[in-house]
Write a protein that binds this ligand. Structure first.
Ligand code: NAD
Ligand code: TYD
Length: 351
């Protein structure tokens, strides 16, 4: 049987590393090529356990370099792409919007174009899977849910760049017949997440008795999904999703930031043998994020009914596993928070 060669982009990042590990371990019949430029968010340590697997190859390179991307597609003849590489942090998109356009829009376009050049004469058995976010839909008020037909209404440079890339994927489907699938997922949490995002940032700060910065009044609401459940959803969508369809993925698990951080503090007090309520004293309300979206919440009924996917862990179980992961990977946390992270933190939180 011919081995299917699949390109996974951004596989050294948070979600990408879970997806690469899952595909390398579960599908020996695939050759998984992980393309990553290794920005501050990409780390090959995330994939130490599978780096010598026979069905795995790492390629260091930039999706925004079109001639490199074209040559890579010619060399490997990828039959499928699972595209996760992106600049992914809203706060950084506010200070560096052009980088977000370059990576998220032009990078996606380069991949689409190289895929089209390779297969436009015969799309049989090919698939381009684009991983996106619920943030493209903008913000919800106090009620309602994002469905697959909610109009795009992005508010941050990050979400605008992701929305634009989603549109290009769809346009390649309509114009060139490129078989694609897109999923828009809610906020992920779990091991290997870079500690610029709320949950790992707070875990790291609690460990070090540092303030927990809560933007605005802390009433902003997110729908949290354990990263392994996202990786399993990606597997289902990649294999069984309909061509040219979109799937929303979410945990049906809404939390205000303040309630979430309080829960995290309770878990950490127990894990660190601290007195009840000690970590909560670190909470500090700080200046709000500009253009801060009030609420995200996903209606995941399509993927649940069509592809029989559902989250496998409750939020408390997932959060507990996440805290345990960070506490037993103190070296990883230490290495990613030294160097440039310190400068980022000082600028972002005006220490
Ligand atoms: P991440 O920032 O942890 O990882 C991104 C990875 O992409 C890193 O390994 C980085 O080195 C790589 N990368 C960045 N620019 C690149 C370039 N020019 N060329 C090659 N590689 C490059 O991000 P994440 O949280 O794992 O998110 C992965 C994807 O999932 C993104 O597309 C993001 O928009 C989407 N998503 C994330 C979430 C979330 O909660 N984290 C939710 C929904 C969707
Ligand atoms: P984040 O993890 O950056 O994800 P996103 O912006 O993609 O939803 O932020 C999650 C929520 O937490 C969001 O409402 C912003 C808020 N937040 C804080 O209150 N303080 C922080 O230091 C960070 C990083 C985020």
């Amino acid at each position: 049987m011919k081995v299917k060669t699949i390109l996974i982009t951004g596989g050294a990042g948070f979600i990408g590393s879970h997806v690469v590990r899952h595909f390398v371990n579960s599908y020996k019949q695939y050759h998984i090529v992980n393309l990553d430029v290794l920005t501050y968010a990409g780390n090959l340590e995330n994939l130490k356990d599978i780096e010598d697997a026979k069905n795995y190859t790492f390629v260091h390179g930039d999706i925004s370099d079109d001639s490199f991307i074209n040559a890579l597609f010619q060399e490997f003849q990828f039959e499928a792409v699972i595209h996760l590489a992106a600049e992914s942090h809203v706060d950084r998109s506010i200070s560096e919007p052009l980088l977000f356009a370059k990576t998220n829009i032009m990078g996606t376009l380069n991949l689409l174009n190289a895929f089209k050049e390779l297969w436009v004469d015969d799309w049989t058995g090919k698939r381009f899977y684009h991983i996106s976010t619920d943030e493209v839909y903008g913000t919800l008020g106090e009620t309602g849910l994002f469905t697959e037909s909610t109009a795009y209404d992005p508010n941050s440079p990050y979400s605008a760049s992701k929305a634009s890339s989603d549109h290009f994927v769809r346009a390649y489907g309509e114009t060139y017949g490129l078989p694609y699938v897109i999923s828009n997922c809610s906020n992920n949490y779990g091991g290997f997440q870079f500690p610029e995002k709320l949950i790992p940032l707070c875990i790291n700060n609690i460990v070090h008795h540092k303030p927990l910065p809560i933007y605005g009044d802390g009433k902003y609401t997110r729908d949290w999904l354990y990263v392994i459940d996202h990786a399993l959803a990606i597997d289902k969508i990649f294999h069984d999703g309909k061509n040219n369809a979109t799937y929303n993925v979410g945990g049906n698990n809404e939390w205000t930031n303040i309630d979430l951080v309080k829960l995290l503090c309770e878990i950490m007090d127990v894990k660190l043998n601290r007195a009840k309520g000690e970590s909560q004293k670190l909470i500090q309300f700080v200046k709000d994020r500009p253009g801060h979206d009030l609420r995200y919440a996903i209606d995941a009924s399509k993927i649940m009914s069509e592809l029989k996917w559902q989250p496998s862990v409750t939020f408390k179980e997932g959060l507990m596993k996440t805290v345990e992961w960070y506490l037993s990977n103190a070296e990883w946390l230490e290495s990613v928070t030294s160097g440039n992270y310190q400068n980022y933190y000082k600028t972002q939180y005006q220490e």
